[in-house]
Design a protein around this ligand. Structure first.
Ligand SMILES: NC(=O)c1ccc[n+]([C@@H]2O[C@H](COP(=O)([O-])OP(=O)(O)OC[C@H]3O[C@@H](n4cnc5c(N)ncnc54)[C@H](O)[C@@H]3O)[C@@H](O)[C@H]2O)c1
Length: 307
């Protein structure tokens, strides 16, 4: 089976490529290396079933595939806010180009959407019927509105061109292969703790997130692609933790004398984020299995070897 993975050199994409390659499938990876790294895929260099093409998906390309896993888009605020217009173009024009490939190849199409489409939610936990509360002119909106338009495009390709789609609304995930300097909270805390630097908590750290270990997420994505479910579905961990709790947990695990410092809360930082994953449990028989403490141990081990 020929798979096209956009954003395959990124954090989630490279784990997905690993899983597909281990299953013996053929993988073509499209990436412009904006927020990903070739190193994440180096174990497949020279493998006859693997090909990596340096390409920006905002430009058209002709490739045939049976399955398109559309993940290309910087996921860390640090990256997507650096070039907001490019982020919007990736989500709109890039998704349009990839959906055109799906239409031409009659390929099944999976969009990696995000919990950010719920914005700063007024409902907790968020289920798939909640339409979100997004500020269209905040610094996060290039990502949030970008992903919302990407979802709309998928549905219109399904309605108009009968493209077979599935949409994963991914909540915060973590694990090995996150970039050292990409500004995501878990990698940030771990790298700072390992370097004996302070852990910076926004506000008083009472805002919550729920973190899903990468292997669980990849299992959810593959189950979704294998299913016939064609509406958005939340994939994430429903165990809610305060950011301050995460900081304390990591600083204890790294056993450094790390200090926790408090910074001003950024504009439009969501205060609570917790998925309702009942739909995924029912439709995909999926739920995360990795305990946060175990997942953090694996991730800390990775960064100890990387730094
Ligand atoms: N990791 C998470 O917690 C999370 C949460 C919600 C949604 N997601 C979604 O999952 C997908 C993957 O996330 P990630 O954490 O691996 O992000 P990432 O930034 O690590 O990876 C994204 C990859 O896409 C590539 N890319 C970006 N723009 C591109 C373009 N125009 N053309 C070609 N390649 C491009 C980057 O170089 C990178 O390799 C993203 O679409 C993201 O929105 C991730």
């Amino acid at each position: 089976m020929r798979n096209l993975v956009t954003g395959g050199a990124g954090f989630v994409g490279s784990h997905l490529v690993d899983k597909l390659m281990r299953k013996g499938e053929e993988v073509i990876c499209l990436d412009n290396f904006l927020s990903g790294s070739r190193l994440n895929l180096r174990q497949w260099d020279g493998h006859p079933s693997f090909k990596i093409i340096e390409h920006d998906i905002t430009h058209e390309i002709e490739i045939e595939a049976c399955r398109i896993w559309h993940l290309a888009c910087p996921a860390s605020p640090l990256h997507y806010q650096k070039e907001p217009i490019r982020t919007l173009k990736t989500n709109f024009i890039g998704t349009l180009n990839m959906l055109e490939l799906a239409r031409k190849s009659n390929a099944k199409f999976l969009l990696a959407s995000t919990s950010e489409i719920y914005g700063n939610p007024k409902e907790h936990p968020q289920d798939e019927n909640y339409n979100g509360s997004v500020n269209p002119f905040s610094e996060r909106s290039c990502y949030q509105e970008g992903k919302r338009i990407a979802e709309s495009l998928c549905f219109d390709y399904q309605r108009v061109h009968k493209v077979s789609i599935c949409i994963a609304r991914i909540f915060n995930s973590y694990g090995p292969k996150m970039l050292v300097d990409d500004g995501r909270v878990i990698s940030n805390f771990i790298c700072n703790a390992l370097n004996n630097k302070p852990l910076c908590v926004n506000g008083d750290g009472s805002q919550t997130r729920s973190f899903c270990y990468i292997n669980d997420l990849i299992e959810g994505l593959t189950k979704l692609m294998d299913s016939n479910y064609n509406k958005p579905i939340n994939l994430g961990c429903d165990q809610e933790l305060k950011i301050l709790e995460i900081a304390k947990l990591i600083s204890t695990k790294v056993s450094s004398k790390t200090k926790i410092v408090y910074k001003e809360l950024p504009q439009d930082e969501p205060m609570r984020r917790k998925p309702d994953i009942n739909l995924a449990k029912k439709v995909l028989q999926w739920e995360p299995r990795t305990d946060i403490k175990k997942g953090l141990d694996y991730t800390i081990e990775y960064f100890k070897n990387t730094l």
